[in-house]
Design a protein around this ligand. Structure first.
Ligand code: PAF
Length: 296
């Protein structure tokens, strides 16, 4: 049984390098990868590991697959999956690691096998010869309709054994929306103004974050997403505090000239606001604040 990982970005490399010593893993991408990749751990150790990698468009795929982990950016997920789907057993379990809430409901409805979504706080970034695992986090796994709990538990155990602690949960939809709300409050602003997360605590950014949180709360409530225990403001400001020195993912994308995930993160919130007839001026401003930057 092989764990297939499709998308050799930071998360895909991290999964491949962490799972590799414990079970067969194959990393699929559009471009060839070196046979040996380096994993720099949060403790500062660098480990070199052989990786079985192949081109997603042409490789023969193993006959028995534990799961296909889709680790591309949101906007690339469906095309990447389509490039391997005809060569996969139709009941192959799929794990979606994307940010936002765009591809998840679509693939949940259309894929022929079980679909789990993952929400992770693992921190990692790509370097030329591998990946830096910048900070330990936690991963939550579950299906949008609460099914496949045994599969989620089994995969969470495999991830945990490999040094990526994970928990199977019945409320992944809510967790994805919570992460999306945090990302919507932080990412477009830091990407537009080229600042680190912690600078959002200062003027002129602080009131912009507060205004966004105020706009988000009723939209999430109308979608049936319960507010987090300490409230939305405490959640968002807590993440900003905890990641003060980070250059957020969307800022990294903008700096590297890559398309941003604005549609995956802001799109579902804008659609929900329109559906429920709620104010969405801040969301629109955040969306258009990224105009002119590369988009998918
Ligand atoms: O996208 C990111 O970088 C992260 O989700 C977050 C929470 C904004 C921290 O940088």
């Amino acid at each position: 049984m092989t764990q297939l990982i499709l998308g050799p970005g930071a998360l895909g490399r991290l999964l491949a390098l962490r799972l590799g010593p414990y079970e067969p893993v194959r990393l699929l991408g559009r471009r060839p990868l070196p046979a040996r990749l380096a994993l720099t751990t949060p403790e500062g150790e660098t480990l070199y590991r052989e990786i079985d990698s192949a081109l997603s468009g042409e490789a023969a795929l193993p006959e028995t697959v534990t799961a296909l982990h889709l680790t591309t950016k949101s906007m690339a997920a469906e095309a990447a999956l389509a490039s391997v789907a005809p060569r996969l057993p139709p009941r192959t379990p799929l794990v979606l690691w994307q940010n936002g809430y765009e591809v998840q409901p679509r693939l949940h409805a259309s894929w022929t096998g079980p679909v789990l979504c993952a929400s992770t706080s693992e921190g990692a970034y790509v370097v030329e010869n591998g990946v830096v695992h910048a900070g330990h986090g936690h991963t939550w796994l579950g299906s949008l309709d609460g099914r496949h709990a045994d599969l989620a538990t089994a995969l969470a155990e495999r991830l945990g054994r490999a040094g990526l602690p994970a928990t199977a949960v019945g409320d992944i939809r809510q967790r994805l929306w919570h992460k999306l709300a945090v990302n919507a409050a932080i990412n477009p602003l830091v990407a537009r103004f080229g600042i680190r997360n912690g600078q959002l605590r200062d003027r002129p950014f602080r009131p912009m974050v507060d205004a966004m949180i105020e706009e988000l709360a009723p939209i999430l409530a109308a979608e049936g997403i319960p507010a987090p225990e300490p409230g939305w403001a405490a959640l968002v400001w807590g993440v900003i505090e905890g990641t003060a020195t980070n250059r957020a993912s969307m800022l990294q994308d903008v700096s590297a000239g890559r398309p941003t995930e604005r549609d995956a993160i802001l799109g579902p919130l804008l659609a929900a606001a329109r559906r429920h007839g709620l104010a969405h001026d801040r969301l629109l401003a955040a969306y258009h604040g990224l105009d002119g930057l590369p988009q998918a």
